[in-house]
Design a protein around this ligand. Structure first.
Ligand SMILES: C[S@@+](CC[C@H](N)C(=O)[O-])C[C@H]1O[C@@H](n2cnc3c(N)ncnc32)[C@H](O)[C@@H]1O
Length: 292
């Protein structure tokens, strides 16, 4: 007889030995093992009795296949189990879009958006992937109209599935757009976690990242080509006193260096993460010449 706890313990040991990379939703072997078992079996993370549940041979077979895949092909767990958690909510996840992990979730859950002197009524999630940021914004800012935009038709398809999963309807639109090229509205708030990894770094990332769409990671010019284009064009799509929140991750050092004279506010996160800036429409206009 094998229980959930037994399987988690054995998997924890195998994951530790295998030297897999963590960073797509967990940061250690034990949480990764729990993720595999609970998501595969559809268990409730709050169910204190789940650990003593016995596994059937069919369940063990499914778990063994996924565990082997995680170790041998280095497929991230979110893709194996088809789901990821973002800001305490479950999202569908697969290789059509990057796995949700942006610290922007915390800003939305805590409603801590600097400079914004009003509750946003219109929000754009630019480079939305599977839609986790925009959907979280729609759920947190009740009544706001949210547009989800991405260049990838596959990512937008997944975003629409997530919109349905969260019971959202007319308040959310999905738009295929090369950054702002097909956007014809203006917003109180633009949220963006765009690609910002330079090609040399993409080549050196752990094998797990190779399962994610490269379009979601890669940006030229030290990773700054896409973020700089967003900084340059965003004020045209923001309402007066509107706010841009832009993630550039590890590329924040290069961006700070290039934009030394621009008042970028780098945000702090209680639950981890870095490289997210906030800037108002007025400052974007004032410093527009710098975003080249
Ligand atoms: C880092 S992923 C972020 C996905 C999602 N926002 C998240 O936080 O999980 C970046 C996304 O930007 C999209 N993308 C890349 N180049 C783009 C472009 N020129 N215009 C619009 N979207 C683009 C990719 O398809 C990908 O879905």
């Amino acid at each position: 007889m094998i229980t959930v706890d037994d399987y988690i313990q054995a998997t924890f040991e195998k994951f530790q030995e295998a030297g897999i990379f963590f960073g797509h939703g967990t940061d250690n072997a034990l949480d990764e093992a729990v993720y595999l078992v609970f998501a595969t079996l559809g268990l409730d993370y709050d169910d204190g009795a789940a650990g003593s549940r016995r596994l059937s041979s069919a369940e063990i077979e499914t778990l063994n296949t996924r565990r082997l895949d995680r170790i041998e092909s280095r497929t991230p767990m979110a893709y194996l189990v088809g789901e990821a958690w973002f800001g305490g909510r479950r999202f569908l996840a697969d290789s059509r879009a990057l796995i949700p992990r942006s610290p922007i979730a915390e800003l939305l859950i805590e409603k801590s958006l600097p400079f914004l002197d009003r509750e946003p009524e219109s929000i754009l999630d630019l480079c939305c992937g599977g839609g986790c940021i925009g959907i979280t914004a729609a759920l947190e800012f009740d009544g706001a109209c949210v547009d989800l935009a991405d260049l990838s038709a596959e990512a937008l398809e997944l975003a629409r599935e997530n919109v349905t999963l969260h019971g959202l309807g007319r308040e959310i639109r999905t738009l295929q757009s090369d950054l702002f090229d097909s956007i014809h509205s203006s917003y109180d708030l633009i949220l963006s976690n765009p690609p910002y990894v330079p090609a040399e770094e993409v080549a050196e990332l752990p094998a797990e990242y190779g399962h994610e769409p490269e379009l979601g990671l890669l940006s030229d010019d030290e990773g700054l080509a896409i973020p700089l284009r967003i900084l340059r064009e965003a004020p045209n799509y923001l309402r007066d006193r509107g706010l841009l929140v832009l993630e550039v991750g590890h590329s924040h050092l290069q961006l700070s260096e290039r934009l030394a004279g621009v008042p970028l506010l780098w945000l702090d996160f209680a639950y981890g993460g870095e490289g997210v800036l906030a800037i108002t429409r007025e400052d974007l206009l004032l410093y527009r010449e710098s975003f080249v």
